[in-house]
Structures are given as C-alpha cells and as structure tokens.
Design a protein around this ligand. Structure first.
Ligand code: ARG
Length: 262
C-alpha cells in the first residue's frame, strides 16, 4: 500500500521534513488555496450540532463522529480499533479542541463492523452507544436505497478538527469545506484495487487542494445535509488525482439502523 494515511492518534505528530516537502509539492492551486480541514473555513458545533469529537479518556480528540440519535454516534471502524468503553469519550457542543465546554459522554458499547479488517478492504463503520443521552439535534442518514446521492459531481460537505495539511497540525477550531463526489471509475483510476466501490465513495477536486486529513476520520460526509459517508482514508491529503475516500453509507445503512435500534 502506498503512503496511505490513517492519521488517527498520530494527528498531533510533528511534520517530518519529508512530509513538509510533500506538502509543498502538493500545495493547493491558486483557485483552491483559499478553500481551506485542508482548504475550507472555520465553523462551529452550533452550526453542526451533530458533529462530535471522539476523544480519549483525557478528552484529547483523535477522530470525528456524527450523532444520529440521542445515544448513538456513527464513526469509522478504524478509529475504534484497540479502543474499549473505558478508553473513549464522545464530546458534543465543543467547537474548539482546547475547549472545556459542551457535553462529555462515556460509551457503553462499541460496535465495529464485523467484517472490518483494514480501511482499503472496506466496512469502515462503527456505532457507539452513549451511556447517557446527548441533547444535540442528531443528523439524519441515508437509507439503503438512496444510492443516487453519490452521483458524480454532487457537492458534499466535510467537517473536522483534522490537520490542515498532510503532516501538519490539527485545527483548534472545527473546519468545514465542500468537495464534489467522484465517479467510481475515477476513483478506481486513482486507487486501483484499494478502491471498493460497494463500500467506498470518493470526493475531491481533480486538482486537489481541498480534503479531509489526519484527525478528520470518522467524521461526516454530508450530501444535502444528510449523513452519506464517513471519513476513511486517502493517499496523503488534498493531492491532485487522489481524492478522499469515504465509507459509502448506503451500503451500511441497514446495519447502522439495526445498531441504533439495539
Ligand atoms: N485516515 C484519516 C484519519 O484517520 C483520514 C484521512 C483522510 N484522508 C484524505 N486524504 N481524505 O483521520
């Protein structure tokens, strides 16, 4: 596998010289430079109340998540590998990583898709059950028959506290950007057999410049305001010809619904 990034807990690691050089080489083009996640702009959890920080027990954020009911949060399976109920917290209503406000919840169950092995093999979805309900407005999510939402070129919104460049630092404030969905054929030409169309959908500009990055994993890809994807992986971040890869939630919608009911 090539330079595949699954930042997660390494999000705060300082940039290496090589990463810094790579970041320069993949610097956004002039037209994308100001759409700065990578590219995009700051926002708040008031604007996106379902946007959750997934943190360790000390409330250090390492992934994003989406509140989909009073006690259920959708995130990425790769975020939850090696975690336990006692090692994870979900924090709502906290726009800044260094904030102490909002609502902190413990989790009473972590469901990781039973077929999850590695991000490039798909099934990158997990559902957390909160010990106590969270009073923020949840997001709705796609149904299994809503597969038309991914039509190539559709505008999708990404959100997170992840790094603002590959190998860079996390953003203290929540950021958001919009990126066009990419056709399955286009994504396959970028990633070959690591792209599994049944389980993944890509989004990003051909020229790069705007993308999710390390620490954004588990967070939402919204299409028409509805949760349609989960930030999963990519080669580097915001590189031309290498769009971000998201869990194709329509494929897992029924399983998520089953978890929400359990
Ligand atoms: N795997 C990363 C995470 O754990 C997300 C990477 C997304 N990469 C991308 N190029 N869109 O935070």
């Amino acid at each position: 596998m090539f330079g595949l990034t699954r930042a997660r807990k390494t999000a705060a690691v300082a940039a290496t010289v090589a990463a810094a050089a790579a970041a320069l080489l993949s610097a956004p083009t002039a037209e994308a430079a100001d759409s700065r996640i990578v590219g995009g702009s700051t926002t708040t959890t008031s604007a996106y109340p379902f946007m959750m920080q997934i943190t360790d027990a000390s409330q250090n954020q390492f992934c994003g998540g989406t509140l989909v009911s009073a006690t259920k949060v959708v995130t990425a399976a790769h975020c939850m590998v090696g975690e336990s109920n006692s090692s994870v917290r979900v924090v709502g209503g906290r726009t800044y990583l260094n904030g102490t406000n909002g609502t902190v919840r413990r989790v009473s169950d972590i469901w990781i898709h039973p077929d999850y092995q590695d991000v490039t093999q798909g099934n990158d979805v997990a559902v957390l059950t909160l010990s106590t309900s969270m009073s923020y407005t949840p997001a709705s999510y796609v149904g299994s028959s809503d597969t038309g939402v991914y039509a190539a070129g559709t505008t999708a919104r990404i959100l997170g506290w992840g790094t603002t460049s590959s190998g860079g630092s996390s953003s203290n404030q929540l950021r958001t950007a919009t990126v066009p969905t990419v056709s399955d054929a286009g994504c396959a030409s970028s990633y070959g057999s690591d792209f599994i169309a049944s389980d993944m959908v890509c989004a990003g500009y051909t020229s790069g410049g705007v993308d999710t990055c390390q620490g954004d994993s588990g967070g939402p890809l919204l299409i028409g305001g509805v949760l349609a994807g989960i930030t999963s992986w990519g080669e580097g971040c915001a590189q031309a010809g290498h769009p971000g890869v998201y869990t194709r939630l329509t494929t897992f919608s029924d399983e998520v619904t089953e978890q929400i009911g359990s």
